[in-house]
Design a protein around this ligand. Structure first.
Ligand code: ZN
Ligand code: ZN
Length: 236
């Protein structure tokens, strides 16, 4: 009877020990997995930053932005292939009216610390602001970014119109008539129409209510001006 009890105690100790070891192994493995996933996400940000700096340096040297990111010898010489380390997809490079953006095509496939999928809607390098991660729940930040991209697209359309017809369009509607731009003419946050001002050799396109998508500042300007460039001004 005593022997049996001892046996049971020993067996229970083994089982308990086994459970503890399994538990430790499990938490160690999940730590490794989350560490790896986090490392992958920050590698993606790191890739964007490295490529952004290479393009900025190209601009300093040549006075313009490259048409294709992947032709640059500096990009080809990057230690790691410039693809997203999680999805292995190529980054997308787009020239904007006054700069460029490079973005990860699928940041929502990144995984975070907990192993759950990233809530990142946009992860990009913007020549205006450097690396910006935008959370999918942060609608103000999303609309702010999309408003900026709308302004840049409309400005690019106006410049193209001017190069074709040697004059600025009378109204923004004329852009959709002559040039295919998919940009909306309305701010995604305030829903107000962009303000277009022009003279013979100058134009400006601005968001009428940028304060609706600036959470932290009172006065805030957001426009593209053919002389001043992209103005993105915060005032405390
Ligand atoms: Zn990525
Ligand atoms: Zn806006």
């Amino acid at each position: 009877m005593k022997k049996n009890k001892k046996k049971i105690i020993i067996i229970s100790a083994y089982i308990l020990g086994g459970i503890i070891i399994l538990g430790l192994a499990y938490s160690f493995i999940s730590f490794l997995i989350s560490w790896q996933k986090t490392a992958l996400e920050s590698n993606c940000e790191g890739n964007l930053k490295t490529m952004g700096i290479i393009v900025q340096e190209y601009h300093e040297k040549h006075g313009n932005y490259p048409n294709n990111l992947y032709n640059l010898p500096e990009i080809e010489a990057m230690k790691y292939q410039p693809t997203c380390p999680t999805t292995d997809e190529k980054y997308i490079y787009e020239k904007t009216i006054d700069g460029f953006i490079i973005y990860c095509p699928n940041p929502e496939k990144h995984k975070g610390y907990t192993g759950s999928y990233s809530k990142c809607k946009y992860l990009l390098y913007d020549s205006e602001e450097g690396v910006i991660p935008i959370d999918s729940t942060d609608t103000i930040a999303i609309n702010h970014f999309e408003c900026k991209m709308n302004i840049r697209k409309i400005a690019a359309g106006i410049v193209e119109f001017k190069s074709r017809y040697n004059r600025y369009p009378e109204s923004l509607e004329q852009l959709s008539k002559y040039i295919s731009i998919d940009a909306s003419l309305f701010c995604p946050e305030s829903k107000s129409k962009y303000i277009y001002q022009k003279s013979d050799n100058h134009f400006r396109i601005s968001c009428p209510d940028p304060q609706t998508h600036s959470r932290y500042f009172n006065v805030y300007k957001l426009y593209y001006d053919s002389e001043e460039g992209f103005i993105h001004e915060y005032q405390k």
